[in-house]
Design a protein. Structure first.
Length: 260
């Protein structure tokens, strides 16, 4: 992947605050891509030259994170790809608190070309079982994207290009499958505890809080304060590898917040 642009930093005034440890953009994007299965594929329009054409597109990932598509020759995006293989795939995470702009999303940019069925058939069907009904139709075939660049947005103030080569080698976060349940539980049952965590571990006085992301190293809170809405990353006391470990460390942190 030719990802050579330096991540853009936003200007700020005052002393630089220490940044909490967190997964790289490459890890976060690989995790997002692995936990979702449908995105928006934008191809170069054959009908309106030079303009992008967006299509809803199911996908699966191969071992290094390349998206695989099963497409019909009759589809407009397939016709576009046969003329020009340049495309992008946009994937988004459902919002945990109803704010779409606060949710994670990412874009892979790359070249899409046909790939032999025997290389990708089973991994695609493992992700999209219903496709067995039409996978063998004569007018269907597999295509695969070879990424050349990638961009990740983790919510407000978290964004950047993925460094050269990092996406292919990145690992999926161990909380990937559990994160949705963890956030739903915290937001439904422990809003007051998250307000306490914001005060103790982020130094922010909030009147309401919602967890918008969680990973092996920490979590992000969207906080309602007297100065407006704020997003804040808080690290766990130690790295976690499962939902049970996450629960244990959060209990410790809430206990410490109450005692302080």
């Amino acid at each position: 992947m030719a990802m050579n642009e330096t991540p853009r930093q936003h200007a700020r005034t005052g002393p630089q605050e220490p940044q909490p440890e967190e997964p790289t953009h490459a890890e976060r994007l690989k995790t997002l891509m692995a936990t979702r299965s449908v995105g928006t594929l934008s191809t170069v329009s054959a009908k309106v030259a030079g303009y992008p054409f967006g299509s809803l597109m199911p996908y699966a990932l191969d071992a290094v994170g390349r998206p695989v598509f099963l497409v019909s020759t009759m589809a407009m995006h397939t016709q576009n790809l046969k003329r020009d293989g340049r495309a992008s795939l946009f994937v988004e995470q459902p919002s945990a608190d109803g704010d779409a702009l606060g949710a994670a999303r990412g874009t892979l940019v790359g070249d899409v070309a046909p790939v032999p069925s025997e290389e990708v058939r089973e991994l695609y069907l493992a992700r999209h079982e219903n496709s067995r009904y039409w996978v063998d139709f004569a007018d269907f075939g597999f295509f695969r994207m070879e990424p050349v660049d990638a961009y990740y947005v983790g919510g407000f103030g978290v964004m950047g290009w993925v460094a050269d080569g990092e996406y292919a080698g990145a690992q999926v976060d161990p909380l990937a499958d559990a994160a949705g349940g963890i956030m739903a539980h915290m937001n439904a049952d422990h809003a007051n505890s998250m307000v306490l965590l914001a005060g103790r571990f982020a130094g922010i006085t909030a009147t309401a809080a919602a967890m918008t992301s969680v990973d092996r190293l920490g979590f992000t809170l969207r906080l309602k304060t007297e100065d407006g809405m704020k997003g804040k990353r808080i690290n766990f006391l130690r790295e976690v590898r499962s939902a049970e470990e996450t629960r244990s460390v959060l209990v410790e942190m809430v206990k410490a917040a109450r005692e302080s």
